[in-house]
Structures are given as C-alpha cells and as structure tokens.
Design a protein around this ligand. Structure first.
Ligand SMILES: [Fe+2]
Ligand SMILES: [Fe+2]
Length: 135
C-alpha cells in the first residue's frame, strides 16, 4: 500500500502543478516501498532521498520564484514551510547514513505524509488559486 495516497483534496486544479505533485508523491512512495520490503540497501535509500530532495527543491524554487514575482502576501510563511520539509529530508538522510535510526522507515512515513497532506491543502492551494486569479 502506498505511503501517500493521492486525494482529490490535494488537487489545486492546475494540471502542470498537480502533475508535479503527483510525481513527488510517486518518488516518496517508491522509497517507502523499498524500505518496507527491505529490498533497498542503505546506499540506495540515501540515493533515493537525494533524488527526492533535488526534485522537491526544484519544485519549491519554482514556486518561490512565482511568489517573488507577484509579491505574494504569504511568501514568508510559505517559504518557511518549504525550508522545514527540506531540513527534515536532510535530517532523515543523516539518520540513515549514520545508521542510528533503526526505525527511520516509520519516522519517514510520519514526517512526509503529514507534511505533504498539509502543505498541498493549505499553502499550495492558496498560492495557486491566487496565481490563477492573476492570469
Ligand atoms: Fe507545490
Ligand atoms: Fe509550496
């Protein structure tokens, strides 16, 4: 069972953005799958996390550029939430590399699932509705 199930409430109604969000969820689900079946080695997990981090960072950079351009009123809050997630992913990578977190699969699930569900439904939905109204 995938860690993060796409829900209609995640959709913000802009196909390109929804597609990117779905792609990010698919990567996280693939990582979770490797962890729960214990098929992924420690090195593979770190590589997958690196790819997830890069993909998400690129998506955030795009959103932040859009927010700056339109002088978005909630830019600081939204960017802070992005930073939080990137920090969490880096922390998880450190945990995995150090081998100290035996239960990193569970903690990864909790952290990412909570973050994605919340961020899509709140910050991203608001931003993209705002952008839509501008065009
Ligand atoms: Fe987004
Ligand atoms: Fe965002």
């Amino acid at each position: 069972m995938p860690l993060i199930q796409w829900k209609n409430e995640f959709a913000i109604g802009i196909p390109a953005v929804d597609h990117e969000h779905q792609g990010m969820i698919a990567l996280i689900n693939a990582l979770h799958d490797g962890l729960s079946k214990r098929t992924a080695s420690r090195g593979e997990v770190v590589d997958m996390l690196g790819e997830i981090h890069a993909r998400i960072a690129a998506h955030f950079a795009l959103e932040e550029r859009e927010m700056r351009q339109i002088r978005y009123d909630r830019f600081t809050d939204h960017k802070e939430d992005h930073e939080l997630l990137l920090d969490e992913i880096r922390e998880i990578m450190d945990d995995v590399e150090l081998g100290g977190a035996a239960d990193y699969a569970a903690s990864l699930s909790q952290r990412l699932e909570r973050w994605f569900s919340e961020h899509f439904r709140t910050h991203d939905a608001r931003l993209h509705k705002f952008l839509e109204g501008k065009t």
